[in-house]
Write a protein that binds this ligand. Sequence first.
Ligand code: NAD
Length: 433
Amino acid sequence: MKVSVIGTGYVGLVAAAGFADHGNDVVCADIDEGKIERLRKGEIPIFEPGLDVLVERNIKAGRLNFTTDNAEAARHGEVIILAVGTPSASDGSADLSYLFQAAADIGKHLDHYTVIVNKSTVPVGTAERVARIIGEHTSQEFVVASNPEFLKEGTAVDDFMSPDRVIIGTDDDKARDLLRHLYKPFTRTNERMVYMNARSAEVTKYACNAYLATRVSFINDMANLCDLVGADVGSVRQGMGSDPRIGNKFLFPGVGYGGSCFPKDTRALINTAREHGLSMSLVAAAERINDAQKLLMVRKLRAMTEDVAGKTFCLWGLAFKPNTDDVREAPALRIARTLLNDGAKVRLHDPEAGPNFLETLGKTDGVELVADQYEAAHGAHGLLLVTEWRQYRSPDFNRLKEGLVEPVIVDGRNQWDRGQLESMGFRYSGIGR
Ligand code: NAD
């Protein structure tokens, strides 16, 4: 099938390469000329495990092509997938300007029947708005369907190639059949397509992210109680998770959720509800808890060291989670900014996200990005484990202790053994244990 994908970000590029890998003829468009130039040379602008191999294979096979011209994408696809960003606007609503611009571009150049698929995360009713915009520019027959994406950065390729479910949101039989055909190879072993109308599909995506965000804030709230009452949230988590109605996944206490989805999507959902006169107080509480949780490590550090001003602290892990270089709304940004405002310096390490982090932080005074994790900790007055990359799981604690000026560790991911570290002379603080 001829497929066009608009937007070559974490979602668009993975989807384009994934569809191409199943034999489809894919054109992937982006307005970012630098990105397209790199992609044409076979360079991947983001870090996502397995994506380089997938992209390279399909470029070589001639099934995956890149363009900066949305008109070319509009003329190419029987299916056109919109995967542009929908960031937060200043009032918390989803900024749909990129999506509407892409819709207008497509509308101007449609020359055949097309199913346009909204894969970006968008508020309820957006498929209808996109259809209106396209319709203002064309007399061609077309359908706009909703097909929210559920891939997770860090495992995006596997998630896309073997999805838990594929949600097809449309009332149009012809569009549904075309999308069923497109996705069939991805759900061959067992049927995982869920059909609904576009509005329900749009709400489903927000419902999933809001639920997961609430779960994170719930366990973080429990962890904070455990801290106060001498309980261990690790045991509580196990006890809770063994109930099949609860389950043990996605129930890890930590430094709060970040990333390009949960924060903006909870805000957008609350905003949509508000527009309809509904106060989503549960999701709003999850957001408030998360906001406070992002600074928990700094509060712990302040309690463990006499004064942070004039001292240097080392952060291990800058990406919002392991296996990605995405730092959007990463807790490490809040932590670094707060320490810098307190008059401290920071030495930073991350296997992939360092450059993105520095660019987003936008400050250089008192900030040093170091290529080696032990070198980063050398001379620091404490170590903060913010993101649990695998290489931080079993570090050489002797080497760490020799390098640190003060043996202070704040373990924001409960990765390490308090007993072991205390017996080595570290002062240790975890989350809720
Ligand atoms: P991204 O910021 O990584 O990429 C978006 C891309 O769209 C950019 O390269 C940008 O240049 C391009 N773009 C913007 N306007 C354009 C236009 N008019 N024409 C062509 N290209 C244009 O975003 P992302 O993380 O891939 O997310 C895309 C959407 O998918 C968002 O709505 C997001 O909420 C949703 N989503 C993201 C994830 C994730 O893990 N990142 C998961 C599921 C859903």
